[in-house]
Design a protein around this ligand. Structure first.
Ligand code: LMR
Length: 407
């Protein structure tokens, strides 16, 4: 066997992180992985997470027993309310099956496995992603043998949404395809549809009988408002779609390494709600058991402690505003500096785009030059993690961009 296993390429994002760590330059700037940093480029433990940590630390009831297969119930039920809204009819009608997962990646994977096993099997359905999308989508769906294709999303000329291209591709996809959508703060572009555009997307998906699959990794990070960031999902649920959602707590709780996430399958109101949900839940439990047995407890306990307490929840919202606010300040500062220097090109997209990332429009060649000459690390597609910028390095980065753009 060993002879036939070829060498796989290094993961581009984690490879970039390793290259950054190795770089000895004092000027180095990390704009690679999407993880929040404070104004001193340090990881930030949310103050509300510290509080929850203390509460758990002093709780004599906490032990290291297994969680149930579906995870911590206090966590999964709070997660449903967070993403669908506390008064969602789908929750009240018992139309939501939720399992705690290994963060958003695990949720996407569980959904992919489930769809592979049960969805439109006769026709070998294709999963459509935005072009570009989070690099991991591609391999997660490929690993479970679902064919993948992409729909246009980003317009390099406007550095905004190619809405017509997206709608046309959804229309041309064979009926009952799977359409993967980013709920908000699109990764890697930072470009989201408007609410009116979401309505048209929903209507096209409905008319083609496609299956919507939402990846929701940045709720609270796009606008700082949790409901606004879940608007698209809630709209689709209101329209009666059967759909699934992969929810991550990595970014909005800063629980990156704790792998807290949730998978939700929402059944349509057209079905006999509780029976359908029960069948789906039972199958998801089988898949979960064979993959991870049961999920890890710590991150879910932290999130559940906060989500189920009004005071801590309000404090969390405040922490979210601190993160999204600092990112917005950095967007403004970067754009202003580039415009002040008269850097060739337009830079309004830096402030128009939202969430953790900006798709700068820099070419791969320019990205590699910036890395070599200025020790700034970003992905080859020109994506920058805005959280890596701060008041100490934003001018330095703007000058590095200015230099390569003029060359
Ligand atoms: C990113 O895109 O930077 C993050 O979502 C981290 C990851 O796992 O890829």
């Amino acid at each position: 066997l060993a002879d036939v296993v070829p060498m796989a390429p290094e993961d581009p994002l984690f490879g970039l992180m390793a290259a950054y760590r190795k770089d000895k330059s004092e000027k180095k700037v990390d704009l690679g992985i999407g993880a929040y940093r404070d104004n001193d480029a340090k990881p930030w433990v949310l103050p509300v997470v510290k509080k929850a940590d203390d509460i758990l630390h002093n709780d004599p009831e906490i032990n290291h027993e297994y969680l149930p297969i579906a995870g911590l119930q206090a966590f999964t039920s709070a997660s449903q309310k967070l993403v669908l809204g506390p008064d969602s009819p789908a929750i009240k009608e018992n139309r939501v099956c939720s399992l705690q997962t290994i963060s958003g990646t695990g949720a996407v994977h569980l959904g992919a496995l489930f769809l592979r096993k049960f969805y439109n099997k006769q026709n070998n359905p294709t999963v459509y992603f935005s072009s570009p999308t989070w690099a991991n989508h591609n391999q997660i769906f490929t690993n479970v043998n679902l064919p993948i294709k992409s729909y246009p999303y980003f317009s390099p000329t406007t550095k905004g949404l190619n809405f017509e291209g997206m709608i046309d591709a959804i229309e041309s996809a064979p009926e009952r395809s799977i359409i993967l959508l980013h709920a908000c703060a699109h990764n890697p572009t930072g470009v989201d549809p408007t609410q009116d555009q979401w309505k048209e997307i929903a209507s096209m998906i409905h008319s083609k009988n496609h299956f919507p699959f939402f990846d929701c990794a940045y709720q609270g990070f796009a606008s700082g408002d949790l409901s606004k960031d879940a608007w698209a999902i809630r709209y689709f649920v209101e329209q009666g779609f059967e759909l699934c959602i992969a929810q991550s707590y990595a970014k909005n709780f800063g629980l990156y390494g704790e792998r807290a996430g949730c998978f939700h399958f929402v059944t349509s109101p057209a079905h006999d709600a509780s029976h359908t949900a029960e069948r789906i839940r039972s199958q998801l439990a089988i898949l979960q058991r064979s993959e991870i047995s049961n999920p890890p407890a710590y991150g879910a306990r932290i999130a559940a402690t906060v989500l189920n307490d009004d005071e801590l929840f309000a404090e969390w919202e405040d922490n979210l505003r601190t993160m999204s606010g600092r990112i917005m300040d950095m967007r403004k500062a970067l754009r202003e500096k580039l415009e002040e220097m008269g850097t060739p090109g337009t830079w309004n997209h830096i402030t128009d785009q939202i969430g953790m990332f900006s798709f700068t429009g820099l070419s791969e060649k320019q990205v590699l030059r910036i890395r070599e000459e200025s020790h700034v690390y970003m992905t080859k597609n020109g994506r920058i993690s805005m959280a890596g910028l701060n008041t100490h390095n934003v001018d330095y980065f703007a000058k590095a961009v200015d230099k390569v753009v003029r060359e």
